[in-house]
Structure formats: C-alpha cells, structure tokens
Design a protein around this ligand. Sequence first.
Ligand code: ARG
Length: 465
Amino acid sequence: MWSGRFRQPLDPSFEKWQRSFGFDRRLLSFELQASAAHARALSHAGVLTPDELNQIERGLEQIAARAESAPEFLDDPEAEDVHHFVEKQLVKIVGDAGFKLHSGRSRNEQIATDLRMFVRAACDEISEALAELMSAFVNRAEQARDSAMPAYTHTQPAEPVLVAHWLLAYVEMLLRDTERLADCRRRANFCPLGSAAVAGSTLPLDRHSMAVELGFAAPTPNSIDATADRDFIIEFVSALSLLMLHLSRWTEEMLLFSSREYGFIRLPEAYSTGSSAMPQKMNGDLLELIRGKAGRVIGDLTALLVITKGIPLAYDKDLQECQEPLFHAVDVVLSLMPLATGWMKAAEFDLPRMREAAQTGCLNAFAAATYLTNKGVPFRIAHELVGKAVCLALQKQCELQELSLQELRKLDAHFDGDFFDFVKLENVLAIHNVPGGTAPARVQEAIASARKRIAQSREEAHAHA
Ligand code: ARG
C-alpha cells in the first residue's frame, strides 16, 4: 500500500504486530458499502469510466458474497487491515481497475466512516434489546398488581411501595439509556468520506451524495476533525457504561433480595449454578457475571479516554487502539441483554413475603406523622410524637397500629380512632398520591406511560433499520 519510499523491508515481527485485520475484519460490510459510495463519487468526478465503476461495484459485491458464504476467505495472512484486504481482493478480482479505487481517499477517512457506521448499527441493535428488557420489567410490574414491598434508603427499610413502582424505577433508567443511545447515534451520523488523509480530497468528490447513499444526515464539516475524532465512540461506550452501571445495580439488588435473609426472590434455576462443594447451594452467577462485566465495560471507556487524551490532530495510529474496547463493550452488552431479559421473565417473586416485610418495622411511621399533620400538628412536632410511638412499639415488639388508642393519646390528644385505618398498608400506599409516587392509581398511569415510551423507542429504532 505504501512501500514506494521505503528502501528496507519492514521488520517482520513489527509488521505483524501493527496489523489490525484480526479485529477490524468485522467492519468489512461497512468498508464495502463505503468503498462503493466512494467509487460512484469517483465516477461522477470522471476518474472512473462507467465500465471501471461497474467492475469495481461487482468486485465489491463478490467480496461481500464470498465473506458471507465462506468466512475462511477472511483468513488472509497478508492483509494489514480491512481496507488493505478489500483493495487486495478487489485487484485480484478486477485487475488494474481495482488500483483506481483508492484515488483521492485515505484510510484515515475510511476507518472513521466504518466506525461511525458500526456505532450506528450497534446503537440500533442495543436499543432493540433494551426494548425487550424493558418490556419484561413492565410485564412483571403489571403482574405484581397491588403487591407491596419495603423501599430502602441507606439499605434500611424506609416505606412501603408497590412492587410495580420499584420495577418501574429500573425502566426509567433503561429508558434514559435508550435516549442516550439515540442521541449518540444522532451525533455520530455524519459522513467523513471526502475528508481524505487530513485536508480533504484532492478530487471533486460529491460528499453530499456519498453521505446520503450511506444513510448519513450530512457530510462532516471539517476534514481534520473528521479524521481525528473518536468522540462518537467515547460517547457511545460511555452510554454503554451507564447502561452497565444500571444493570449492575439491578443485579446487586436481585442478589441481595434472593439471599435467604431477604427471601423476596427465588433465583430461576435455568440461570443459576450449583456449588461443586456445597450440595445445598444455588448461586446467581448470571447476575454476578453481569456485575463483573460492568467493570470491564467501564474499563473500555477508561481505555478510550486515556488513548485519545494526548494525541495531536489529526490521525495518529494510536486511534487504531480505540477499536478493541469499542468492540468489546458492544459484544459484552449484546450478549448479556437477552440473558438479563430471560432472567427477568423467569425470576419468581415471593409476593406474600414482600408484603409481610412491608408491614413490619413501622414502615408506616412517615404516614403516621402525616396523619397528625393533617390534624394541624406542625410536622416537626408530629415527627417527634410518632418517634416516641415507634419507641413504645419497639419496646412492646409490635407495630404502630397495634398500640392502643389510650397509649397513643397519652402522647398526644390529636390521635383518634381513625388513626388505625389511616396507617394500614393500603392507605399508606394510596396517600403517596403525587405524579411519580407509589399510589396504585399513579403506578397504573406510570405503567401505561412506560409502555408508550418503550413503543416509541422501538419505532425510532425501526425507522433506522
Ligand atoms: N488500520 C488503521 C486504523 O484502524 C486504518 C487507518 C490507517 N491510517 C494510516 N495512516 N496508517 O486506524
């Protein structure tokens, strides 16, 4: 590709070591599409005759077909990278016309284009998988109906909430992840073709047509930036890191709740493993592996940030090192999403036990203070009074509603017979009646809203396909 100015051959081990074909071969289909768009622009610019263009287009199609039907075709021990591979194969198929394809272009713009196409496709695939996972959460939320559980702050039981409300919290995180992917896709969707090595092509290529042919919104505005920029990869892997962080928090909670101490969730056997030593064990390995893999995707992001932070404009070979973290992050996420979805469908919730936990430990104390507030007692004082009632209940090992009216009235005369209904679980849930609160009517609305937003995200992903 570039041996003209060299008088000595490359050190063979260096030559081998610097190749990227081992991993960038997965960009082949994008490389072929982008090369075809470039060839058409060359023909419009008069650099290729209609016949040459035709030969090149057929040649590129043949390469695609062979890669599809016989993957060992890609085991080329001489190819430096995917760009070199295509050119080499093309010359083999069409002869000298193949050498003309590289007119007015550079691998610097090619790799930037291929990677943008890769990120775009990965955004769509992951959004689709996210929609599946979110639907599994919403279905479980719907199935849980009016079941209650404790919500925790500081890992301490705080207040009762609907199981559905808790599950929908994860859907909100995942919906934001979906939006982040869509946003990242939008910014990545500009076409570097025509930027050449750094200063722009020396041939009058129609950059707009190439961009449109490849489904990009427009050509990139600056050739130096277009060949040097990997922001779109960093943004994308950062969105994936957040997604993994959310999944990691989810797995952490599932693992806690499946411990015997909580006993809220029974691990699905199909996604769990046993112990080689302890016959009684069932371990949530799927969850633990997701939690561990979150660390690796965050590692990919860190690698990308550190690789790019110190390199001067424009293209430097360091940028080749951005590919593996990107591919790794995508592979990790895509492989685990269907498994997380399967887990979510199969896990069993012990709803009676969750309800029981929601009704013990005075989780209705905040509601009890609200009872007094409704009777005109200033909240600070109400808080103090209910605190005393909690102390008494703890002493007597009972719940607030199991104290007698007499005992309560000793604390404050505002306590009345209606207190006992007010602090019952159903009422405690119902009075959290604000948008975004856990009152059953609000949660019903939230389920409908989540379903709508998931459907919208699906539509958006399909619109790109
Ligand atoms: N394999 C290279 C990469 O991934 C392609 C670009 C090479 N450009 C160059 N000037 N050596 O970065």
